[in-house]
Ligand binder design. Sequence first.
Ligand code: GCV
Length: 724
Amino acid sequence: MKTFLRILIPALFIFNLTALNAEDGYRLWLRYDLVDNPVVLGQYRKAVTGYMTDGNSATATAVKNELQMALKGLLGSQVPLVTEVRKGTLVAGTPESSKLIASLKLGERLGRLGNEGYLITNSKYKGKKIIVIAANTDIGVLYGTFHFIRLMQTQQGIDNLSVSSSPGTRVRILNHWDMLPVPGGRSAGNTIWKWDDLPGKLDPRYTDYARANASIGINATVLTNVNADSRLLTVEYMEKVAALAGVLRPYGVKVYLAAKVTAPMEIGKLNTADPLDKDVIAWWKKAADELYKYIPDFGGFVVKANSEGQPGPLDYNRTHADGANLLADAVAPHGGIVMWRAFVYDNKVPEDRIKQPYNEFIPFDGKFRKNVILQVKNGPLDFQPREPFHPLFGAMPKTPLMPEFQIMQEYFGFTTHLVFLAPSYEECLKSDTYCKGQGSLVAKIIDGTLTDYELTGMAGVSNIGADRNWTGHLFGQSNWYAFGRLAWDPYISSSEIADEWVRMTFSNKDEILKPVSRFMVESREISVNYMTPLGLHHIMAAASHYGPGPWVDKDPRNPREDWTSLYYHRADGNGIGFDRTTTGSNAVGQYFPPVRDIYNNIATCPENLLLWFHRVSWDHKMKSGRTLWDELCYKYNDGVNQIREVQQVWDRLKPLLDAERYENVRERLVKQVRDARIWKDGCIVYFQTHSKKPIPPGVEKPEHDLEWYKTHRYTDIPGMFGTP
Ligand code: GCV
C-alpha cells in the first residue's frame, strides 16, 4: 500500500502540474512564468521588492493587476503592493496620480512623450533605489508597464534603465474581417465576438484581447468586415458595440465600425445614399450622434466604397472625397475620424488593375476633411506574397495615408502555413519612395516625419479568431505581435521582433531562441519561393486562395478578367510576366524617379519583382547566369527544400518544447511541406506547357500531371475562402 501511495502521489502531482500548465497557447506572449535563469532571477528579486501604483481609474487598476500578476509569476512569489517607498520599489504613475512621480520633476522629459508615451528609469527616492514607470496619462503608464514586463520576460538588465518611448503612429488599429451573424442564425464563422450574447454577457476573453493589444500598443479595433453590414448602425447593435467598448476602454482600445455607404437606404428607408443629398447628410449626422450617446469615445468609421461590389459615392456620380467628407462631418463634432480605403478597382476600366487606386485618388489630394485618412494596402494589388510598395505612398502630400497590412494570411496559407510576416511589413516600411529625395522611406511618410500629416495610423487585418490559441497556428500570434510593435515603432527590425516574441512565447534559451527566430525571419521568403517567386503574383487558386492556380482563366464567383491568373502572369511560348514598363501599362510611371527608372529597366529591376514589371523571355539571362526558366524552377525547388529544413529544425526541438505547442506546429508543418510541393509542382508543370523546356537538373520531378493539380481539392485546410 505504502509503495502504491509513493508512486501515486507524485504521479498525481505531476498530472496536476501538467493540467495546470496546459500549453494551449491561450496566454500568447503574456506568459509570466518564473524567470528560468537563476542569476537574472536573483537580480530581479533584488531590484523589485514591492510595487506602488496610484490612481483610481479603470486603467490604473489594469496597471496594478498586470504588475501583480507579472511580478508574482516572473519572480515566483507575491511581490507586495506598498504604500511607503522601500529599497527596490517599482513606482508606476503620472505626475497627477503620484506625488512621488511629481516630485521627480520629469516634466520636461514627459512633455515630449505625448498622451501615450512613457519613461522607464532607475532613480533614487530618499536615498532608496527605485524603478520608475512614468507617463502623462494612465494609458501611458499601462504601456510602460507592459514594456517593463517585457524587459523581464526577455531577461534584459533592469539596473540601468533609460527607456523613453512614444508611438510612431496615432491610430494603431486592427481590422477584423468577421461577419455579423446571418439573420435568424447563430454568430458567424470564427469570430471572437459573441454577438448573440451581447450586450448582456461579456466573454472574459474580451479582456484578454484588450490586454494583449495594449501590451503591444494597439489602441483601436474595427469589429467587423469592411464589406460592411448596415445593421451595425441600428440601436440593437449599438448596444452590443457599447458593451464591447466598455471592456476595451480601460486598455486604451477604441472601437471603430465599418460603415456601409447605403445604410441610409437599408436601415433609414431613404431612397438614395447620395453623399450630397440633404436627407442623407442629416441621416449620417443623426446616426453619429446616436452612436456617440452609446459610445462617447467611439473612434469613427472605416469605409470600403466602390470596390468589389461595395456601394459608394461613385454610384451617384460623386467622388471619394464627397463620400469620405460626408461621414467625416458627421463624426467631427465628436472627435471621430474616417479611414477611407484606397483599395478600389473596376473591371469596367480598361486599365491595368494595379494602376487604378493611384489614378482614382491622386486628383483628390487635399480635398479630404482634416479627420479623413486614406487606408492604403502595402502594395498596389492585394496582399500578395510579394508586391512593390504602393505608389500612393509619397504621392499625396496633402492627404494623410495609413498603410494597411494583412495579418490574416489570406495569400500565405491561412492558419496552416508558418509565415512570419514582419519581413514583408518591414520591406514596405523601409522602401524608399524618393518622394523628397533619397531616404523618403514609407515609414517616414506615414509617421509624419516627412509630411505634415497630423493624423497618422497603421491598420492590420486581424488573424484573431475563436480558437483557444487565438490564431489557429501558434506562429500566427507572432504576426499579431509584429503588427503592433511596428505600428508603435515603424523602424524596428523583423529580427528584433522575432527575438522578442520567441523569448516571450517559447524561451530565452539559445538552443530554442536562435533556430526559431532564424527560421521565422526566413519564412516569408521561403513562402515566396514556393508560391510566387521572381515577382509572380495572383496565381493562387480562385475563390479559396489556397494552393496554386496559375491556370485559372475564370473565377467561379465572377468571370472578370482581373480575377484570373492569366491576366497577371501572361505566360505563353515566348515568355512570362506583366509588362508594366513605359512600353507596357506604364505602372512604373506612378513611382518617383529614380524608382520608376530602376523598375523600368530590366537590367536594374530587382529580380524579386522582375515578372511584376517585365515581360521576360524564357531564355532571359538572370544574374545567376541561368535562364529565367531554370531560375524559376530552382526558386520553386528551393522553397520546398527550405520549408522541409524548417520542419527538420522544429522536429529536432521536440525534446525542448512542451508537447502541446510542439504538436500544433508539427502537424501544420506536415501540411505546409506537402502543399509547398503542390505549389512548386503545379506551377512548374503548368508553366512548362508554355516554356516547353526541360526541368533543370537537381529540381525534384513533379509528382503528378497537370490535370491532377488542376482538379486537386484540399479537405483539411481551415480558414480557406469559399471553395474550391
Ligand atoms: C474584405 C481581397 C479579399 C476580400 C477583401 C478585399 C478587401 O479581395 O479577398 O475578401 O474584402 O481584399 O481588402 O477589401
